[in-house]
Design a protein. Structure first.
Length: 128
């Protein structure tokens, strides 16, 4: 067996791990949302993130450019849009942090279970 080329069982194990992580993340999301749909939760998070987007846009508009004395209107607009996008992204991430934590915990739990099952398959316990 060539150690540089992984075997088919290695790919199967990797696929099994990826599938178990996806299942765990889904179960963590369902556990957090308690059967409610995801779209209203995301909409609510986006609404709460608008204030962060506004702050980001203001900071982007006010960002100084040391290479020039005065900033052009196009450059100021681009900086404002970039600041708005960064602020909105940070706001949505902050508002949905508990959901992300629940999904990560569910994924980790399923991953550990799949790893334990694989270990028991490769290291069978003989009780006799």
């Amino acid at each position: 067996m060539n150690p540089a080329r992984p075997s088919r069982s290695t790919f199967d194990y990797g696929r099994k791990l990826a599938h178990s992580v996806a299942q765990g993340a889904t179960s963590g999301r369902e556990e957090f949302l308690h059967g409610r749909p995801f779209t209203p939760f995301l909409g609510e998070s986006a609404r709460h993130a608008l204030s962060s987007a506004f702050v980001g846009a203001c900071l982007g508009l006010l960002r100084p450019h040391p290479e020039r004395r005065h900033k052009s209107a196009g450059r100021a607009l681009a900086d404002g849009v970039l600041g708005c996008a960064l602020g909105f992204t940070a706001g949505v991430a902050w508002e949905s942090r508990r959901l992300a934590a629940s999904m990560a915990a569910g994924a980790w739990k399923k991953l550990e279970k799949a790893r334990d099952e694989h270990w028991l398959e490769t290291h069978p316990i003989d009780y006799a």
